[in-house]
Ligand binder design. Structure first.
Ligand code: HEM
Length: 142
């Protein structure tokens, strides 16, 4: 029982780390996009960052599946993570095609959604900890 609780907590921590890595890598992409317009280093960094960003989103999918395994939580994060993976793939395709008029706004949208997801996860975890301290029954955290 305690082992299961520890595994579920570990799964949720991995999920938070994956979403934080995804959010940071999208921010890195926005920062290198500015450099990309003026230097070849910026282009190289944006190119590398696109692989890191896609990888961190794939990690988010894996973390969501591990956190969900029977008894471990809600399957909703799997849906969210898969949606992000679709958006990240579209973002790579739009970037390579040079369709900046779609690529830039989609990048901004992804950063906003990823930040909201991270904020929601952190506040749910904080509420869960407060509920444990005050002895109140908890809802399952995302
Ligand atoms: C706010 C976020 C972002 C901004 C403002 C931005 C901006 C840009 C710009 C201006 C270009 C050059 C397009 C051209 O050559 O016509 C570009 C290329 C590209 N972007 Fe982004 N981008 C962002 C996020 C992302 C993300 C999240 C990814 C990957 C998941 C990505 C992947 C690419 C790729 C693959 C290219 C093609 C060139 C290369 O391989 O480096 N970008 N981006």
């Amino acid at each position: 029982m305690t082992g299961q609780t520890t595994a579920a907590r570990g799964g949720r921590t991995f999920l938070k780390i994956a979403v934080a890595a995804q959010t940071l890598s999208i921010f890195f992409q926005a920062a290198t996009a500015g450099m990309l317009l003026s230097s070849s280093l910026g282009a190289d960094l944006h190119h590398l960052g696109s692989r890191v960003m896609w990888g961190s989103t794939a990690l988010y999918v894996l973390a969501a599946i591990l956190a969900w395994r029977p008894g471990g939580g809600t399957p909703r994060p799997i849906l969210h993570a898969t949606g992000f993976l679709v958006l990240a793939s579209a973002q790579v395709a739009l970037g390579i095609a040079g369709l900046s008029s779609l690529h830039v706004p989609l990048g901004v949208l992804m950063f906003g959604l990823s930040t909201l997801t991270l904020g929601h996860m952190l506040s749910t975890a904080r509420r869960g900890r407060s509920a444990i301290r005050s002895g109140m029954p908890q809802r399952s955290a995302t």
